[in-house]
Design a protein around this ligand. Structure first.
Ligand code: SF4
Length: 372
C-alpha cells in the first residue's frame, strides 16, 4: 500500500515531468517506429523539397532550418531529466524504477494530459523497450557540419550510454559532398545507420521526378557510406517510372543496387501524394499507375537481377497486397535475405502473378489515404 507522503511526492514529480519536453519532427522510417526509437530533431524539414513525388509535403513544405547545436543539446538534457524523473516516480510508486505498461497507467491517472504529450510518450516508449535506438530527424541530418553533429552524438552517448544504434535520413547529394574521413568520424562517434532515398537507379526516372541526384552520385554516396562502416538502408520506389519507364526503372535500379550492395533495400510502391506535382500529373491523366500485375512484374524483374548480399524488405502496407489488404510479401523490418531467399521471393511473386488482377489490390484504391 502506497503511503500518502510518497504519493504526494510522486504527484509533484509528475507535475515537473509534464513541464519538460523536447522537439519532435513529423516523420521517421517505419522501422524506427517498430524499434520505438528516441526521436531527436537535429534539423527541421527538407533542404531540397523538390522531388515531384514528395515535394516536402511530409514536412508541410516548411523551409529547411539547421537547429543550433545548443538547442539540440538542451533537448537532450530535457530528455535526460525526463528519464531521471520517470525513474524516481517509478521508485516512489513501487515499480522498482522500471518503465512499463503499469507505470504508464499510473502516470496517466495522476495526469491524463501526459497521454497527449508527444515527447513524453516517445521517451516513455523508448525507455520501456530498452532505450537502445535513436533516430535523428528530419530529412537530411548529414547536412549539419560534421563537428556539430559529432558534438551532438557525443552528448547523446554521454547522457544515454546504453544507446547501441543511431540512425538518420540523409540525401545522397549531401553524402557525395561529405569527405570519407568525416563519415568515419561520425561512425566512431556513434552514427550507425543511414536511410537514403534511392527511389530509382535510372537516370531518366531520377530526372523526371527531380530527385536532384544522378545514378552515378547514388553509387558514389552509397559506397562511401559503406566504406565508412555505416549501415546503409536504401529506399526504392517501384512504379515511379510509370508504365512507360517500368522496365528500365527495374533494370537500372537493380544495377545501381548491385554496385552499392547496401545492407537493406526497402521497397515502397509509388502512390501519388496529394499536394505534389506528380499527384497533379496523375489527376490530369498524364501519369499512369501500374496495375497489380505490372507492379509485381517490375519488382520481379528487379529482384531477378539483384546480386546483393543484404536484405530486401517490404515493410509498408502500400506494397502489393491481395484485395483484402493481406500483404503479398512478408512485411517485417528484416525482410528477405539475399541471395539465400531470392528463390522464395521469386516464387512468392510468381504465385501472386497467377491470381487474377481483380483478386489483388489496385493502387488507385489507396490514393488520398494517409500513407506516410
Ligand atoms: S523525397 Fe526526401 S529529398 Fe525529396 S523532397 Fe522529399 S524529403 Fe526532400
Amino acid at each position: 500500500m502506497l503511503n500518502h507522503k510518497k504519493l504526494r511526492e510522486a504527484i509533484l514529480l509528475v507535475e515537473k515531468l509534464g513541464g519538460l519536453s523536447f522537439e519532435i519532427g513529423p516523420i521517421r522510417p517505419p522501422s524506427e517506429g517498430g524499434s520505438r526509437s528516441l526521436l531527436l530533431r537535429v534539423t527541421r524539414n527538407c533542404p531540397w523539397r523538390l522531388c515531384t513525388f514528395c515535394y516536402g509535403i511530409p514536412y508541410r513544405r516548411q523551409k529547411f532550418q539547421l537547429r543550433p547545436v545548443k538547442e539540440v543539446m538542451e533537448d537532450l538534457d530535457q530528455a535526460k531529466s525526463m528519464a531521471d524523473l520517470l525513474k524516481e516516480i517509478s521508485l516512489k510508486l513501487g515499480y522498482e524504477g522500471k518503465t512499463g505498461e503499469s507505470l504508464l497507467g499510473a502516470l496517466l491517472k495522476l495526469d491524463p494530459t501526459l497521454g497527449h504529450h508527444e515527447s513524453f510518450l516517445n521517451l516513455f516508449n523508448w525507455l520501456s523497450s530498452g532505450g537502445k535506438t535513436v533516430f535523428l530527424q528530419d530529412a537530411d541530418s548529414l547536412i549539419i557540419p560534421t563537428r556539430n553533429l559529432v558534438e551532438i552524438l557525443k552528448h547523446l552517448k554521454k547522457l544515454f550510454p546504453q544507446v547501441e544504434r543511431v540512425t538518420s535520413y540523409a540525401r545522397a547529394k549531401t553524402l557525395t559532398a561529405k569527405p570519407l574521413e568525416d563519415l568515419k568520424l561520425l561512425r566512431s562517434s556513434g552514427l550507425s545507420r543511414l536511410h537514403v532515398g534511392l527511389e530509382s537507379g535510372d537516370d531518366e526516372v531520377l530526372k523526371k521526378v527531380n530527385k536532384g541526384v544522378t545514378s552515378r552520385e547514388h553509387v558514389e554516396a552509397g559506397r562511401k557510406v559503406i566504406e565508412a562502416g555505416i549501415e546503409l538502408s536504401l529506399y526504392v520506389m517501384s512504379g515511379l517510372g510509370g508504365v512507360s519507364l517500368s522496365r528500365q526503372h527495374a533494370e537500372n535500379t537493380a544495377d545501381v543496387l548491385n554496385r552499392i550492395n547496401p545492407h537493406f533495400v526497402r521497397v515502397r510502391t509509388f502512390l501519388p501524394l496529394p499536394g505534389t506535382p506528380l499527384f497533379d500529373e496523375y489527376r490530369k491523366g498524364n501519369f499512369k499507375l501500374l496495375s497489380p500485375h505490372q507492379c509485381l512484374s517490375e519488382i520481379r524483374l528487379m529482384v531477378e537481377k539483384l546480386e546483393i548480399t543484404g536484405r530486401i524488405c517490404f515493410d509498408h502496407f502500400i506494397n502489393p497486397s491481395l484485395k483484402n489488404g493481406f500483404p503479398i510479401f512478408r512485411q517485417d523490418y528484416e525482410g528477405y535475405k539475399l541471395p539465400e531467399e531470392k528463390s522464395v521471393l521469386l516464387e512468392t511473386i510468381d504465385r501472386a502473378l497467377e491470381l487474377e488482377e481483380s483478386e489483388l489490390r489496385w493502387l488507385e484504391e489507396l490514393v488520398g489515404l494517409p500513407c506516410l
